[in-house]
Design a protein around this ligand. Structure first.
Ligand code: HEC
Length: 133
């Protein structure tokens, strides 16, 4: 390859790259600032050591990917301001969060709940009729 061709291809590749980067700036931020703050709360308290998101994490607590579909903001706020004693030791109480942290956490959970999971997690099959035991 001639040097001139090489330089031409390099420059046009760089121009294309710069254009893609610049146009991506115009895209909406996928997460609100509050949701980002919630993600930081999630990381600071190491929630992932006991809970899974999209199936990844610890299995002591449940999966929280779609928790806001099951729990209202009031229920979450009650839970974090007055956390229950948790298994397996029955001595430790669950991590408590401040009102501000709970709001951020809920915003993050709300964001997670908008991510399509194509039916995951699978729901238990309910058998109707038939001779299944
Ligand atoms: C030491 C392990 C552990 C850590 C760390 C932990 N959790 Fe939990 N979490 C549990 C267990 C166990 C339960 C189930 C409690 C129960 O059902 O009595 C639970 C329950 C919950 C629930 C209620 C779930 C439901 O179905 O109602 C939420 C919400 C929750 N955790 C969020 C969090 C968040 C957010 C963090 C980090 C700030 C966190 N947890 C950190 C163990 C943990």
């Amino acid at each position: 390859m001639k040097l001139r061709t090489f330089i031409l291809i390099s420059l046009s590749s760089f121009a294309l790259f710069a254009w893609v980067v610049k146009s991506s700036w115009a895209l909406d931020a996928p997460m609100s600032e509050e949701a980002v703050a919630g993600k930081e709360v999630w990381q600071r308290y190491n929630c992932v050591s006991c809970h899974t998101l999209f199936g990844n994490g610890g299995y002591v607590g449940g999966d929280l990917t779609q928790i806001t579909a099951r729990r209202s903001p009031e229920q979450l706020s009650d839970f974090f301001s007055n956390p229950p004693v948790i298994p397996p030791h029955q001595k430790e109480t669950h991590v408590a969060l401040t009102e501000e942290e709970t709001q951020a956490m809920t915003a993050y959970f709300d964001y997670l709940n908008t991510i399509p999971t194509l039916g995951w997690p699978p729901q238990p099959r309910v058998l109707e009729g038939g001779d299944a035991p």
